[in-house]
Design a binder for this molecule. Structure first.
Ligand code: MN
Length: 424
């Protein structure tokens, strides 16, 4: 397999994988595996399976009309709680596109910028994203917003969605490349699970004229650089890119600032992230080309260490899929949650299906996670067992219970005919 052999190249074994994001996690309402069952009218005339751009002008045209209808409004652009470069850059592109229609967009996320490259991206480009914790969000006057845009997500990975729904703000636009995560109601939907990055979709909008990039405009250069970073990051440095992703990268190459991108990529990992990666290496078990590692407890701010560890474990020889998980605790909110990431280079493994199959649904029928090409994530609330306990023995016991249960569920899929409980 081409991708497996690429992983054995010495150059890919370094610890500099531009870890993506991503995990498309949590709270997924009723599932529809077949994307074309999307309940949107605008979607139905543009089949998801399309691989060429022949239908794109119409999609662009529909978006243009929607934006025209919403002129002079104010919109919220909602990102997943832990936004990745693909999400951040596309939200910015959307803001710049919408600005031409006098639509003022506020780009918000509820969690934190956990990955060192994301922090660098936002700082170095001046990317206009704001952190809205639930407390901040509750203090805002949401009545000023006439609509919201979900970019690189479908609302299932943002804590802000419940507030937005309570405030009665309609979903105006959804542009994403994750598999359909459930019942989705929006005026405009462009959902393309076969595209490797939402940045590719946005670059196609730009090419189709929704925003004319101008190399003499500093903001355009920076946004193009951010899109290039998003595209690279969601395609494993273009290794999983397909023709349309390369075409998008080709277009962006006319505008992006390679030195700026280099500066973003030079961001170093914190010691705590390195420690989580070390734990994942120590704790991993490899079976049937799957590498599985529980990393114990980690802080909310270091949550992104989990996908970074999965990015690293999947580079091992004879490993095509890595799953890393841990208990993330948020000291401010006294909350604990199991968070996990999956990375795969196996083309026939669908992360969305795998995670839904492994962990199933909660009592309300919501899946614990999902995914896109090559990557997935899950989030399992700990309920009554959540919360800190003075007794270190208790914390250890709690971890062992969750660790054992997650391993058992994963190994059932990894070794379907074996005893699911490892004997080690
Ligand atoms: Mn993405």
């Amino acid at each position: 397999m081409q991708l497996n052999s690429l992983n054995k190249l010495p150059g890919t074994l370094q610890l500099t994988t531009p870890s993506t994001d991503d995990p498309q996690i949590v709270q997924i309402e009723s599932l529809a595996n077949e994307p074309s069952s999307a309940p949107s009218v605008s979607e139905s005339n543009n089949h998801i399976g399309q691989r060429n751009n022949c239908l794109l002008p119409s999609k662009t045209e529909v978006l243009r009309q929607i934006l025209e209808q919403h002129q002079h409004e104010r919109q919220l652009v909602i990102l997943q709680d832990f936004p990745d470069p693909d999400a951040l850059s596309c939200a910015w592109a959307y803001q710049l596109i919408a600005q031409q229609y006098d639509i003022q967009c506020d780009i918000v996320y509820a969690g934190t910028l956990s990955h060192q490259e994301n922090i660098a991206l936002v700082k170095l480009t001046g990317l206009p994203a704001q952190r809205w914790t639930s407390q901040i969000a509750k203090s805002k006057d949401l009545s000023v917003y006439k609509g919201c845009a979900l970019i690189d997500n479908q609302g299932t990975t943002s804590q802000l969605m419940s507030l937005v729904q309570e405030a009665g703000i309609p979903i105006t636009v959804v542009i994403d490349h994750h598999s359909l995560q459930g019942d989705l109601k929006s005026e405009f939907i462009d959902l393309r699970p076969q595209v490797r990055a939402t940045a590719t979709i946005f670059t196609q909008y730009l090419q189709a004229g929704l925003l004319v990039l101008d190399s003499s405009v500093n903001q355009h250069i920076k946004c193009a650089t951010a899109l290039m970073h998003g595209l690279r990051s969601d395609t494993n440095r273009l290794m999983q890119a397909q023709e349309e992703d390369f075409q998008a990268a080709g277009y962006l190459s006319r505008f992006y600032d390679s030195q700026l991108l280099n500066a973003v990529l030079q961001a170093n990992r914190s010691k705590r992230v390195m420690d989580v990666i070390e734990r994942s290496l120590k704790n991993r078990i490899v079976q049937n080309n799957f590498s599985i590692a529980g990393v114990g407890y980690l802080r909310y701010d270091d949550r992104d260490a989990i996908p970074q560890a999965a990015d690293f474990l999947v580079t091992e020889e004879n490993v095509h899929t890595a799953v890393v998980y841990g208990i993330v605790h948020d000291e401010d909110e006294e909350l604990e949650v199991v968070i996990g990431s999956l990375r795969t280079t196996k083309l026939t493994l669908d992360p969305d299906e795998f995670i839904k199959e492994a962990f199933g649904q909660d009592s309300q029928g919501r899946f614990f996670g999902g995914g896109r090409t090559g990557a997935g994530g899950f989030e399992i609330p700990m309920g009554f067992l959540s919360g800190f306990n003075e007794n270190p023995g208790y914390a250890k016991m709690k971890w062992e219970v969750f660790d054992g249960q997650i391993k058992q569920k994963l190994l059932r899929l990894v070794n379907p005919q074996d005893n699911p409980i490892p004997s080690e």
